[in-house]
Ligand binder design. Structure first.
Ligand code: MG
Length: 437
């Protein structure tokens, strides 16, 4: 079993304040992170913020936290941003994908919260990995698209990745007390590198005794619905998640179970187990956020109210636990905790994701690109809810059949450019198919 990276070294652990860049600060993860940071006084310094679209909120956050650098996607919005900033405060404004990448690798920053939405987060995550940062990773698509590449970048630079996604964070919390404290840190890995013994990740002790990882899924808003009922689902229904408060894209992914499919791939890259050792169980209450099964029959689980501030605080404060602002769990008030198997016939995205990762090569890239385009089309009311899975399935079959112009579908994409060019072709094809439906 391998982790994607080593753990943050002692220098990072003891530095105060910890200097942070938050990529995607105006999205839901970014806003939760700032809420955690606000409670911590001098422990953190927000050195950079980046947000894609909501310029008024970005300006408001910048006025409060006074970062040295601000990133935005569209350079033409820079004058609007400057106008909204308090007088006498003039941070560096960095625009476009290149701006995000520059922020992710700024010398004065030790920790990057990667919380952009979708494949758009890949370049900046890779930049942070190449620059040797500690990455609190909320952008699961980075690993889905480029898990192998990011693992190689971490191995070369000594970068660390801590999982923000609640399921992967739950597993990290279960493993941390027994095993992670004995794991190599950056400095020890650098010593290993000097001796020529560095691999592409570190191995847990062979006696770790882990047999399976079990990701929990809430089942989304349409748990128990028939295929006929699902055909009539509207975007506003799909956006109403029963337990979690999240952005639009991930809410739709949760409704189709594609989110859990992407998380299986993410778990494979994080923890190094084969897909066959990764399970999903539907747990409607969203209290247990994932479990680790051991070879002796024991299970460890992490429980909390469904509040993203908990995994964010665990990553930002690691290895210490800090106040997240989340409410305590009233165990006596929980009437029961239930577990059932996912309905893969009504929600085929889960199996599609598993197949894509097992097939390998560029299939996870195509899966993700097709899904992102299908979600946009569904939110625009151009396709129905069941069409999301149907179209993703068709995109994967097309890719496997070898019709993509520039790609040998049996070969692993090797660079960010190759991955993003495959991503772009899959999107163009998907848009054409959607126009024809
Ligand atoms: Mg999750």
């Amino acid at each position: 079993m391998r982790y994607i990276s080593c753990l943050p070294d002692e220098g990072w652990q003891s530095a105060c304040p910890r200097s942070l860049a938050i990529l995607g600060s105006t999205g839901s993860i970014g806003r939760y992170a700032l809420d955690v940071i606000r409670r911590q006084g001098e422990r953190f310094r927000v050195a950079a913020l980046a947000g894609a679209r909501n310029i008024p909120l970005l300006a408001q956050q910048a006025a409060e936290f006074r970062p040295d650098a601000i990133g935005l996607l569209d350079a033409s919005q820079a004058p609007q941003l400057r106008k909204l900033l308090p007088s006498g405060y003039s941070p560096d404004i960095m625009a476009g994908q290149q701006g995000y990448e520059a922020i992710a690798s700024l010398a004065g920053i030790s920790t990057v919260l990667s919380a952009q939405v979708g494949a758009a987060g890949l370049r900046a995550t890779v930049a942070a990995a190449m620059a040797g940062k500690v990455i609190a990773l909320a952008n699961k698509e980075s690993l889905v698209l480029a898990g192998g590449l990011i693992r190689a970048c971490c191995a070369a630079s000594g970068a660390s990745i801590l999982p923000v996604d609640s399921e992967h964070n739950a597993i990290f919390q279960c493993l941390a007390p027994g095993m992670i404290k004995n794991a190599p840190t950056q400095s020890r890995r650098q010593e290993n590198a000097a001796e020529g013994t560095q691999g592409t990740g570190f191995c847990l002790p062979p006696d770790a005794g882990i047999s399976r990882l079990i990701l929990t899924a809430s089942g989304g808003p349409f748990y128990g619905w028939s295929r006929a009922e699902l055909a009539k689902v509207t975007a506003s229904q799909a956006l109403r998640h029963p337990n979690w408060s999240m952005g639009a894209k991930i809410s739709i992914d949760s409704a189709t179970l594609m989110n859990k499919g992407l998380e299986l791939i993410e778990a494979h890259h994080f923890y190094g187990l084969p897909m066959a050792c990764l399970d999903v169980v539907v747990h409607r209450e969203s209290i247990i956020h994932s479990l680790v099964a051991f070879t002796d029959g024991s299970y460890l689980a992490q429980l909390s109210l469904p509040d993203m501030r908990i995994p964010i605080a665990y990553c930002l404060g690691w290895p210490e636990r800090i106040n997240s602002g989340a409410s305590t769990l009233d165990l006596a008030a929980l009437s029961s905790l239930s577990f059932t198997c996912p309905d893969e016939a009504s929600f085929p995205c889960l199996a599609l994701a598993r197949q894509a990762q097992e097939r390998g090569s560029g299939s996870p890239v195509v899966l993700n690109a097709a899904n992102e385009e299908a979600v946009v089309a569904f939110l625009d009311k151009r396709i129905g809810f069941p069409a999301i899975a149907e179209l993703v399935g068709r995109a994967l079959a097309d890719y496997a059949s070898g019709i993509y112009s520039d790609y040998d579908s049996s070969r692993e994409p090797e660079s960010v450019e190759e991955i993003l060019s495959l991503d772009a072709e899959a999107r163009i094809r998907m848009k054409e198919v959607i126009r024809g439906t």
